[in-house]
Design a protein around this ligand. Sequence first.
Ligand SMILES: [Zn+2]
Length: 217
Amino acid sequence: MSVEPDGQREGGVVMVWSASTRYEVEPAPVGLALVHDLLNTISAGRPRAADLLDSLSDAQAWVDQALDCWARERGQVAAQVPLTESDLEELRGLRAELRRLLASRDEDGMDTDDRTVAPAVHVAAAAVRMDRTGRAVLEPRGQGWRYVAALVLLEVFQAQQADAWRRLKICRNTRCTTAFFDRSRNNSGVWHSTKTCGNPENLRAHRARQRVRGSGV
Ligand SMILES: [Zn+2]
């Protein structure tokens, strides 16, 4: 189910993926939209939008809204996750790590083997439980950033199982870096918007970088 930009729920509270919507990108499908939205909490776009994980009040507002949206996508009850100042740095660290991993992919969206830096380890706990239909389900555990990280990594895990992970990308325009979900048939997209970022200047710079990479310099 996709979320309409003007999505509403009872009581008139607007239900949108607040970070991705700012950059006018369509959220990734179902629960993966949570990961997508976390990636887009960064300050990007023109004019620069705020970093939603910069202050505790902004971060709490983002987490509340994102967990609400996630719960709706997954048909679950949204958890209340109060954050403290110390959670912010951890969430920003997780975001930076995920963005770095996505940005280091090759043209086909596949992970490159020649990484010089191993991913920082983010440990989050999950429990396995049988639901009423006898299906084994993974549930996040922990409080504050740990709960959010567990939920995010569970969605990464599921997207990797479903081969949707390689479609989540960072715009190749270095002045943009908006995260987008590539819905193209052959997963060949490199810009979040070909209109604003796929212009000739960016294309030239992108090809020059590819040449440098290809020549092994
Ligand atoms: Zn872009």
